[in-house]
Design a protein around this ligand. Structure first.
Ligand code: ADP
Ligand code: MG
Ligand code: MG
Length: 885
C-alpha cells in the first residue's frame, strides 16, 4: 500500500483507500472527492493515518517508503503548479495540514506558506509583483512554524506585532506596509534565535519534514488527548497529513478568505451562511483579529452592518461559490461546512465537511432535506443524534419575563442558561463538580478551555465571531453560547467582569440567551419547549419505524402528563415510595414502621390507604387505557425513620408512645447494609399488610377510573427484588386475593398483571422458574448493575473517574448498560423467561432506558419496551427507531 495519495492537479485515484476517511482522514478524502467532482482544489497530497500510527509507535522515525513517496508526490504538486519548492526565483509554497478521521476543531494547527526563506521571499516578491504580500506571508510563516513546529511561545510574536503597530500608530494589520512586515520578519527571526539558540530553518526540505513530524506529534498532544477523551475517539486512529499548494487570500483587494455553511448551522434555515475577510489569509476569520464580514447581502442587511458582503463586493466569485454550495450539498446530501480562498478573483476550495450543527438545526435540516428529496425518512431519522434532542426539550427563556440586558453579543449557540460567573476553565470544572451551575466567561476560548466549557451551562466570550472556537465547540456540545460580546471586558487580577458601565464579579449570576445573543444579569424565568413542528414530524417518522414501545418512569400526575406529551405509551415504573415521603403522610408511614404488632401496622396503613388510592387515581386518569407498571414498596424501611429530636417528638404526639420507646424501636430497625437488607419483596413477605394495602389502593383506584371514564387503565403490579419463585408465588397469591376482594366490593373487574423486577443475578438465572409466576419482567438495571458488579451506585463517584480514564469501564455503567457483563444476564433472563411463558412482557426501567446505546441493546435482545424519565422519552423513541433501521 502506498503511504501517500495525490489530489487535485489532474491526479487520478483508482485506489478506494484515497477516499477512505480512515486512511486519508476527513480533510484529505474530501479534498480528493472535491477535486474529482471538478471543483477548484489546489493540488496536494495526503500522507495516510497509518503512517502517523507507525511514526508514533516507531520512535518518531519516517520510513524509507514514506520519504520516497513524499518526494514523488511533491513533484506532482510542482508539475501541476509549475513552481518548485525552494526555487529562489519562483518558489512553490505549501500548507501542511492535519486531518483525522473525524474533524477535531482547533486540535491540530496548520502551517501556511511553507517554503519561504530569506531567498525565496525575494523571488515571491518579484513574481507576484507585490512586496507587501511576500513579506506578510513570510512573517505569517515564521510565526506559525515557530509556534507549531518549534514550540516557541506565540505570545512573543503577537507582542512584537502589537509593538510594531503601536510604534506606527496603526490599528489594523492591513495598515502595515511591505517595509513594516520586512522589519517584523527580522524581529521574528531574532526571537526564534534567542529562544532556541539557533536560527530559523532556511532549508525548505527541513521545513517540510519538520511540519510533517509536528502534525504527527500533535496527535499525542495534551489538548488532542482531552478532546479524544471527551468525544470517545480512539488513540489508535492517528491523523493524516495534507500538503497542499498555497493559494493566497492576502494578495490585495481582489483576494479574500472565508468560511461558509450551506445552511444556517444554528437554526437549520436553508440560507447560505458564513463569514469572510478581504485581503486575509487562513485562520484570520476565526482568529478574531479582524471582525469578519457577512457572506450574503441578506445577512448583512439583517444585521444592519456596513462593510459589504461578499455577494456585493465580489459578485463573480460569490456566484461561483454559491454554485459550489449546491453541488456539494447534492454530492454529500448534507449540510457542508466549507473553507475557501479567493486569489485575485479566482475561487479555490480548501475544505468541506459535514457541518456541526445545533440540535435544532439538525432536526430542521433532517426534516427539510427529506422534504426536498435529498434524503429519505429513514436517513432523516438517522441524522439526528437522540441525545441532542435533550437540548430541544429543555426550557427556553420566557419572552414575557423581565430581562436586565447587559449587552448583546453574537447568537453563537442557542438555548438559555443561567449560572454563576466563572472566569477560567479549571474553576468552572471544580464548581460544576461541586454541583453549581456556572457560566464560563472568557475573552475568547481555546482548546485548553474545553473541559471548562463542558462543565459550564453556558459560555460567554468577549471576542470571536460565529465561527470562532467558542462558537463551534459550544454548538457541538449543545451549550448555549454568546460570542463576540465586545462590551465585555474581563480583569483576571480582580476577577471582575465589566459590561458597559456595569461591574460584576466572579460568583454573581448571569443569564445567556444563545438564540439572541443577549447577556442578562441574574436569573431569568424560562418556558417549556414546543413539541410540534419539525420535532413532531421527526417523532412521527420515528414511531413508524420502531418496534419497541416507549414508556416512562413517573410517579406524579404532572410527570405523567409531561411524559404523555413527549409520547410515552404507558408507565414502566411508578415508584410508590416517593408517595410515602409527602409531608402529610410521613408520620403515618413512621407510625406503621415503628408499630410493634400487625394491628398497629394495619391501623397506620388504614390512614395511608385513601392517600395512595387518590395518588393512583390521578395517575390512572392521565394514563387511561395505557399500561401502568406500579412497583410495590421497595426501599429499606430505615430510610423512613425519623431523624433528630424534633421528628421523634412530633411522632410521639401522633402515636401516643413516648420518645424513648420510639428511639429504641428505631434503633432495632437499624441496618448495616440496607441496600441488601430488609427491603423489596422481603417487606411484603414479613409485613404482608403493607403490600395488601398498596394492592387494594391500586385496584380500587383502577375500578374508580374505569367506572368514571369507561376506559380502564391496565395496572401491572410489580414486586421488587425477587430472588426466588417462591417469594413471588406468595406475594402473587396475596395480590390476586386482594384484587378479587376489591372487584367483588366494587362490582366490576379490570385486567391487571402481576410480575416482577429482575434486579438480582439470581433472579436472572432463575428466570424460567420465576416466569411461572410472573406475567412480566421489568429489568431493574440500576440494581442489577449494582448487584452484578458489586458496586454501590451512590458510592461509585469516588472511583469511577479513574476507572473510566484507565479504560476499566468504557463508560459509567450506571449511565450506559454494561452490555458485555450485565447485558448477558438480561439476555439470558429474557430467553429463559420466554421459554416458560412465550408471551411474557419484557421491559427495562433503569436509567439505561433513556440511553441510546442501551436502548439499541434492548432492541436487539427483543425487549417489548423501554421506560425512561419523561424528558428522555423522545430520546428513547428516536433511539429505538434508529436501532430498527
Ligand atoms: P483546521 O483543521 O484547523 O480547519 P486547516 O488545515 O483547514 O485547519 O487550515 C486552516 C486554514 O488555513 C484553512 O481554512 C485555510 O484558510 C488555510 N489554508 C490551509 N491550506 C491552505 C492552502 N493550501 N492555501 C491557502 N490557505 C490554506
Ligand atoms: Mg486550526
Ligand atoms: Mg479547516
Amino acid at each position: 500500500n502506498t503511504t501517500v495519495y495525490n489530489f487535485g492537479g489532474g491526479a487520478v485515484n483508482d485506489d478506494p483507500r484515497a477516499k477512505d476517511k480512515t486512511i486519508t482522514g476527513g480533510k484529505g478524502s474530501n479534498l480528493t472527492e472535491m477535486a474529482e467532482i471538478g471543483l477548484p482544489v489546489p493540488p496536494g497530497f495526503t500522507i495516510t493515518t497509518e503512517e502517523c500510527v507507525k511514526y508514533l509507535a516507531g520512535g518518531s522515525d519516517f520510513s524509507e517508503a514514506l520519504r520516497s513517496d513524499v518526494a514523488a508526490a511533491l513533484q506532482h504538486i510542482e508539475t501541476a503548479v509549475g513552481k518548485s519548492l525552494g526555487d529562489n526565483d519562483d518558489p512553490l509554497l505549501v500548507s501542511v495540514r492535519s486531518g483525522a478521521r473525524v474533524s477535531m476543531p482547533g486540535m491540530m494547527d496548520t502551517v501556511l506558506n511553507l517554503g519561504l526563506n530569506d531567498a525565496t521571499v525575494q523571488g515571491l516578491a518579484k513574481v507576484s509583483g507585490d512586496e507587501r504580500f511576500a513579506w506578510d506571508s513570510y512573517r505569517r510563516f515564521i510565526q506559525m512554524y515557530s509556534d507549531v513546529v518549534l514550540e516557541v511561545d506565540h505570545g512573543l510574536f503577537e507582542e512584537a506585532l502589537e509593538i510594531a503597530k503601536e510604534d506606527k500608530g496603526f490599528y489594523n494589520d492591513t495598515e502595515m506596509e511591505a517595509e513594516d512586515w520586512q522589519a517584523l520578519v527580522s524581529e521574528y527571526k531574532a526571537i526564534v534565535e534567542q529562544e532556541l539558540g539557533k536560527p530559523f530553518p532556511q532549508d525548505v526540505s527541513h521545513q517540510l519534514w519538520g511540519a510533517i513530524a509536528a502534525v504527527f506529534d500533535s496527535w499525542d498532544s495534551d489538548r488532542a488527548k482531552v478532546y479524544r477523551r471527551l468525544n470517545d475517539i480512539p488513540a489508535g486512529w492517528g491523523t493524516a497529513v495534507n500538503v497542499q499548494a498555497m493559494v493566497f487570500g492576502n494578495m490585495g483587494d481582489t483576494s479574500a478568505t472565508g468560511v461558509a455553511f450551506t445552511r444556517d448551522p444554528a437554526t437549520g434555515e436553508k440560507a447560505y451562511y458564513g463569514e469572510w475577510l478581504v485581503n486575509a489569509q487562513g485562520e484570520d476569520v476565526v482568529a478574531g483579529i479582524r471582525t469578519p464580514q457577512y457572506l450574503t447581502k441578506a445577512a448583512r442587511e439583517k444585521a444592519g452592518a456596513k462593510p459589504l458582503s461578499m455577494e456585493e463586493a465580489m459578485p463573480a466569485a460569490y456566484a461561483e461559490l454559491a454554485e459550489v454550495f449546491e453541488l456539494l450539498e447534492k454530492h454529500y446530501r448534507d449540510m457542508q461546512d466549507i473553507e475557501f480562498t479567493v486569489q485575485d478573483g479566482k475561487l479555490w476550495m480548501l475544505q468541506t465537511r459535514s457541518g456541526k450543527r445545533t440540535a435544532k438545526a439538525a432536526l430542521k435540516m433532517a426534516v427539510d432535506m427529506a422534504g426536498e428529496g435529498l434524503i429519505d425518512e429513514k436517513e432523516a431519522i438517522l441524522r439526528v443524534d437522540p441525545m441532542a434532542l435533550d437540548q430541544l426539550l429543555h426550557p427556553t427563556l420566557d419572552p414575557k419575563a423581565h430581562r436586565d440586558i447587559l449587552t448583546t453579543g453574537l447568537p453563537a449557540s442557542p438555548g438559555a442558561a443561567s449560572g454563576t460567573i466563572v472566569l477560567d476553565a479549571d474553576k468552572a470544572e471544580q464548581m460544576s463538580n461541586a454541583g453549581e451551575k456556572v457560566i464560563l466567561c472568557r475573552v475568547e476560548t481555546s482548546p485548553e478551555d474545553i473541559h471548562g466549557m463542558h462543565a459550564a451551562q453556558g459560555i460567554l466570550t468577549a471576542r470571536g465571531g460565529m465561527t470562532s472556537h467558542a462558537a463551534v465547540v459550544a454548538r457541538g456540545m449543545g451549550r448555549p453560547c454568546v460570542s463576540g460580546a465586545s462590551a465585555v471586558s474581563i480583569d483576571m487580577t480582580s476577577r471582575r467582569l465589566r459590561i458597559g458601565n456595569r461591574e460584576l464579579k466572579e460568583g454573581d449570576t448571569l443569564t445567556l440567551d444563545g438564540a439572541t445573543g443577549q447577556v442578562m444579569a441574574g436569573t431569568v424565568a424560562t418556558i417549556e419547549p414546543e413539541m410540534a413542528g419539525d420535532f413532531g414530524t421527526l417523532m412521527e417518522w420515528a414511531d413508524k419505524y420502531r418496534r419497541m414501545r416507549v414508556r416512562t418512569n413517573a410517579e406524579t400526575p404532572n410527570d405523567c402528563r409531561m411524559a404523555r406529551q413527549f409520547g410515552a405509551e404507558g408507565i414502566g415504573l411508578c415508584r410508590t415510595e416517593h408517595m410515602f415521603f409527602d409531608a402529610g403522610r410521613i408520620s403515618a408511614v413512621r407510625e406503621m414502621i415503628l408499630a410493634e404488632s400487625e394491628q398497629g401496622r394495619r391501623d397506620a396503613l388504614a390512614k395511608l390507604l385513601p392517600e395512595q388510592r387518590s395518588d393512583f387515581r390521578e395517575i390512572f386518569e392521565v394514563m387511561v387505557g395505557l399500561p401502568c407498571t406500579i412497583r410495590l414498596l421497595d426501599p429499606p424501611l430505615h430510610e423512613f425513620l425519623p431523624h433528630g429530636d424534633a421528628e421523634f417528638a412530633e411522632l410521639a404526639k401522633v402515636t401516643g408512645h413516648d420518645v424513648d420507646h420510639l428511639k429504641r424501636r428505631a434503633g432495632e430497625l437499624h441496618e448495616f447494609n440496607p441496600m441488601l437488607g430488609h427491603r423489596g419483596c422481603r417487606l411484603g413477605i414479613t409485613y404482608p399488610e403493607i403490600y395488601e394495602m398498596q394492592a387494594r389502593a391500586i385496584f380500587e383506584a383502577a375500578c374508580d377510573v374505569a367506572k368514571a371514564s369507561g376506559e380502564a387503565p391496565v395496572p401491572e403490579v410489580m414486586v421488587p427484588l425477587v430472588a426466588t419463585k417462591r417469594e413471588l408465588e406468595i406475594l402473587r397469591a396475596l395480590i390476586d386475593r386482594t384484587a378479587k376482594e376489591v372487584f367483588a366490593e366494587q362490582g366490576t373487574e379490570i385486567d391487571y398483571l402481576v410480575g416482577t423486577m429482575i434486579e438480582l443475578p439470581r433472579a436472572a438465572l432463575m428466570a424460567d422458574k420465576i416466569a411461572e409466576e410472573a406475567r412480566f419482567f421489568s429489568f431493574g438495571t440500576n440494581d442489577l448493575t449494582q448487584t452484578t458488579l458489586g458496586v454501590s451506585r451512590d458510592d461509585s463517584a469516588r472511583f469511577l473517574a479513574p476507572y473510566t480514564d484507565q479504560g476499566i469501564f468504557e463508560r459509567d455503567p450506571f449511565v450506559s448498560l454494561d452490555i458485555e457483563g450485565v447485558g448477558q444476564l438480561v439476555e439470558l433472563a429474557a430467553e429463559r423467561g420466554r421459554a416458560t411463558r412465550p408471551d411474557i412482557k419484557l421491559g427495562i426501567c433503569g436509567e439505561h432506558g433513556g440511553d441510546p446505546a442501551s436502548i439499541e441493546f434492548c432492541d436487539k435482545v427483543g425487549l417489548d419496551y423501554v421506560s425512561a424519565s419523561p424528558y428522555r422519552v423522545p430520546i428513547a423513541r428516536l433511539a429505538a427507531a434508529q436501532s430498527s433501521l
